[in-house]
Design a protein around this ligand. Structure first.
Ligand SMILES: Cc1ncc(COP(=O)(O)O)c(C=O)c1O
Length: 390
């Protein structure tokens, strides 16, 4: 089945009881048990719900895995995985990482006696050097947030398998459309479905896929015990979003590719980070494991003053902490997504006060470019970074 067909028919499309063309929202907390001593599939929504089951089957199919799980947010999904490590375990993570994951690791791991190391994800030998006797997990985000750095998934998986270490990836930026880590040997794939998968900035949700039965068992129990599952209404919304994910993303990626290349030429833009750009570090590795640069790019205006002038004049994109909606979204990682990382570490990571992240929506790309260029015209400083004046 080709991708466009899979997005519609990969998971359950019709309600098996009524034939309804949309899986209904089974808005029930509990289910009547005709034979109270006999097991039945659905008993209580925290344990399982038909709308959630449809979403979980759909995401498992899209990620080419066996088992899917739907959580109340991306962070609920990430917690369900990371908090299953035990006292004395060691986990290695990429240093350029979503701020919420950084906070979870640095604040909660010590409480549970779980050790961690952050490594330069772009360098395979730094993953290898960080492996210890007690390393049980490797956690990747590629392309990363916000600098779009690239990790060699196959290389890391090979190392992990050699040392019997579990691999986990946050695949939010690529979506199952452009990167299928399970096919590359990764054990657990996580998504913030709040972003491109739902795609309309109206839901928070997290999804996990694995093909490993033991891991699936643990995740099911964790979801049930922590009660962090996604509710039926939001499952329905995510299922609805998935159907149009490819048509949305084709346009969003086209816009991002166009904007990244144009901004790179602008004299007031110091740098642009986007995997499809010819000078992006790791571009070759990225395109050996993914089929698109994605819809998110980050650019550098050099300092806070320039960012302030720019934000004051931009009209089309909204300014918000999220990404992956049909509307373009600008965000300022320094005080938004990465604010929880101590300033010195943030700066060491390259998350400086001049960085702006843009998640491209489905607007007309020339309207979007003109709006950004107009806002750049209002940036008072007159640096000359680019090759030509737009
Ligand atoms: C890459 C990435 N992973 C995880 C998350 C967390 O997802 P949520 O906000 O749905 O909890 C985010 C949120 O911005 C993110 O960008």
């Amino acid at each position: 089945m080709k991708l466009d067909t899979k997005l519609i028919h990969g998971g359950p499309l019709l309600d098996e009881y009524t034939g309804s063309s949309s899986i209904p929202i089974y808005q029930a907390s509990t289910f009547h048990q005709a034979h109270f001593t006999e097991p039945q599939e659905f008993t209580y929504t925290r344990f399982g719900n038909p709308t959630r089951k449809a979403l979980e089957e759909t995401i498992a199919c899209l990620e080419c895995g066996e088992y899917g799980f739907a959580f109340s947010s991306g962070m609920a999904a990430i917690s369900a995985v990371l908090l299953n490590f035990s006292m004395g375990d060691h986990v290695i993570l990429c240093k350029d990482i979503y701020g919420g994951t950084y906070q979870l690791v640095t604040e909660l791991f010590p409480k549970y006696g779980i050790e961690y190391s952050f490594v330069d994800e772009t360098n395979l030998s730094s993953w290898e050097e960080a492996i210890k006797e007690n390393t049980r997990g490797i956690y990747i985000e590629t392309p990363s947030n916000p600098l779009l750095t690239i990790t060699d998934i196959r290389g890391v998986v090979q190392l992990a398998k050699l040392h019997k270490i579990m691999t986990i990836i946050d695949n939010t930026f690529m979506t199952p459309i452009y990167q299928n880590p399970i096919k590359l040997g990764v054990d657990i794939v996580i998504h913030s479905a709040t972003k491109f998968i739902n795609g309309h900035s109206d839901v928070t949700a997290g999804l996990i896929v694995t093909s490993d039965e033991v891991i699936a068992d643990t995740l099911y129990k964790t979801q049930k015990m922590m009660g962090s599952m996604l509710d039926p209404y939001n499952c329905w919304l995510v299922l609805r979003g998935i159907k149009t994910m490819n048509v949305r993303m084709e346009k969003e990626v086209e816009n991002a590719d166009f904007i990244a290349k144009e901004l790179q030429k602008h004299r007031k833009v110091k740098a642009v980070y986007y995997p499809s750009l010819a000078n992006h570090i790791g571009k070759e590795v990225h395109f050996s494991q993914a089929s698109s640069g994605g819809a998110v790019l980050t650019f550098d205006l050099g300092n806070y003053e320039n960012v302030k002038d720019f934000f004051a004049n931009v009209k089309i994109p909204i300014v918000a902490v999220s990404l992956g909606g049909v509307e373009s979204i600008l965000s300022y990682p320094f005080t938004m997504s990465h604010a929880v990382i101590p300033e010195k570490e943030r700066l060491d990571l390259g998350v400086t006060d001049g960085l702006i992240r843009l998640s491209c929506g489905i607007e007309d790309k020339y309207d979007l470019l003109n709006d950004l260029v107009n806002a750049l015209d209002h940036v008072k400083a007159e640096p000359h970074y680019g090759e030509r004046i737009l």
